[in-house]
Design a protein. Structure first.
Length: 119
């Protein structure tokens, strides 16, 4: 509501440069919010080990280990993915399209576990 008030004030004052800057900032902020959440795979752990996101948001799995392969995967009745082998320095992005609680594992390091709560 406050944003609309500012826009109407700026329109009345004919400060088009300021209006364009404000709108550009709002659009950039929305684009930043849509960026994937970063999940590091390092020291044979997912970091963080737990995350809550909204349906339709993405996680980017990054292999931050210097010399270890990782292989993130999830298998459930409603949603599955498989990153295949990830070499050090590579990343894989996955969108979570359904709500629920999921456990992501590493096919190479069985103790690695990430809990994802999708609202």
């Amino acid at each position: 509501m406050h944003v609309l008030r500012w826009i109407s004030i700026l329109l009345r004052r004919s400060d088009t440069h300021v209006l364009l800057a404000v709108l550009g900032g709002l659009l950039a902020g929305g684009a930043l919010a849509a960026s994937p959440y970063q999940i590091s795979q390092k020291n044979r752990e997912f970091q963080p080990g737990h995350i809550a996101i909204n349906r339709g948001e993405a996680l980017r799995f990054i292999n931050d280990d210097g010399d270890l392969l990782h292989h993130a995967y999830l298998t459930s009745p409603t949603f599955s993915f498989n990153s295949n082998d990830q070499k050090p320095g590579t990343s894989f992005t996955v969108v979570f399209p359904v709500a629920g609680s999921f456990t992501v594992r590493c096919g190479i390091h069985p103790k690695m576990k990430l809990t994802v709560k999708v609202n």
